[in-house]
Design a protein around this ligand. Structure first.
Ligand code: FNR
Length: 352
């Protein structure tokens, strides 16, 4: 096995080992104000959303995870079966391994083979050239591209990158040159308003803030290290909720997406109400296919549709866009963050 294949297997094993069912994130620090007269029916709710210009029947998607080994090929196959049956957009994990070792391409191509008509996104790191990005799109026959930015992970990873000076210009080149729509995403460390602004300034239109609270790549890479570990970095970064607050002023400049620690229909609705246009899940879907297999995962997603519809009805929201007008209550910790960062948290719920 190549070092890349071993790493891909270790990421999956450690993500699943460290998976926690309970929502630990800041999602518990926001509440909806309950109003007793919804004045609508569950049949009025539309769960439709869009991503990179493509229509989606549901406002969530399978976020970038894996590929690059025999074991992860099976996982990609199962995730693709779920994507096909549920109509979900699915992103691959970083295709970098297949660009370096073409014999690993099958573990990515399986996503397209299982789901020939689905919306599939290829994933690469920000240090790659436009040419590599085009190859990644070609391998998956992808409809779009995710570029991940993961500086803390690279630094904790013994074999990771150490020079990030070209990332923004590489991102700009890929957005302009790859020929498919591009989303830039974090990998669970969240984003600041400044980062989002830098990205929109170079032409990025779709941004997944992917915050802290779920899969923790500092913890995963620490577990792979044989010398000292970077324990302090396990708490690095902004939560998904805080990252969405950071994005509050920039929603006219970019489409904001959320991921990181999203595990339940309630989390999904909260992220949408904080301004995300759609929501990505990785660790949760990985856990569901490993634990229960694709069929039961599809059944769970069916139940989520009903639960999201129920919560939206309670909130009087007929669409994902309506959710952004709901009344939210923030825990003191979040208010303190907003005060320090001059974020107008009182605007939530008062938006028309
Ligand atoms: C990831 N993630 C990820 N992201 C990315 O852009 N490229 C990648 O190759 C990977 N690889 C990967 C492997 C595994 C096993 C997991 C669980 C996750 C990160 C992922 O897309 C997401 O940003 C974070 O995992 C946070 O979301 P969750 O897992 O808390 O829902």
């Amino acid at each position: 096995m190549t070092i890349d294949s071993i790493r891909k297997d270790e990421h999956v094993d450690l993500a699943e080992k460290q998976y926690q069912a309970a929502s630990q994130s800041d999602f518990q620090k926001i509440r909806f104000v309950h109003h007793s007269l919804p004045q609508m029916a569950t049949t009025d709710v539309s769960l439709a959303s869009h991503l990179l210009g493509y229509d989606m029947p549901l406002p969530f998607y399978i976020n970038g995870m894996t590929g690059g080994s025999d074991k992860t090929k099976v996982i990609n196959q199962q995730l693709a079966e779920v994507a096909k049956a549920s109509g979900l957009v699915m992103a691959s994990g970083s295709v970098s391994a297949a660009i370096k070792h073409p014999e690993l391409s099958d573990s990515f191509k399986v996503i397209r083979e299982v789901n020939p008509d689905g919306i599939v996104l290829a994933n690469l790191g920000a240090h790659h050239t436009v040419e590599n990005a085009k190859r990644a799109v070609d391998i998956l026959q992808a409809n779009g591209m995710q570029i991940h930015i993961n500086a803390p992970q690279e630094l904790v990873m013994p074999e990771g990158d150490r020079d990030f000076s070209m990332w923004l210009s590489q991102i700009e080149a890929i957005v302009k040159g790859v020929g498919v729509p591009v989303m830039v995403k974090e990998v669970g460390f969240g984003m600041s308003r400044e980062t989002i602004k830098q990205l929109t300034d170079v032409g990025v239109e779709w941004i997944d803030v992917s915050g802290r609270g779920g899969t923790n790549f500092a913890a995963i890479e620490n577990a792979r290290r044989s010398t000292f570990s970077y324990d302090d970095l396990e708490n690095w970064g902004q939560s998904t909720v805080v990252s969405l607050l950071e994005a509050a002023d920039l929603k006219n400049d970019a489409h904001i997406l959320a991921s990181g620690g999203i595990k339940t229909p309630y989390d999904i609705v909260k992220a949408l109400s904080l301004g995300a246009e759609a929501v990505g899940l990785s660790g949760q879907f990985l856990h569901m296919v490993l634990e229960n297999g694709p069929e039961k995962t599809v059944a769970t997603i069916e139940s989520w549709k009903e639960k999201i519809t129920a919560i939206m009805t309670l909130l009087g929201a007929k669409s994902v866009a309506d959710l952004q007008k709901t009344d939210l209550m923030f825990h003191r910790d979040l208010i303190d963050w907003c005060d320090m960062r001059s974020i107008d948290y009182k605007a939530y719920g008062k938006r028309s």
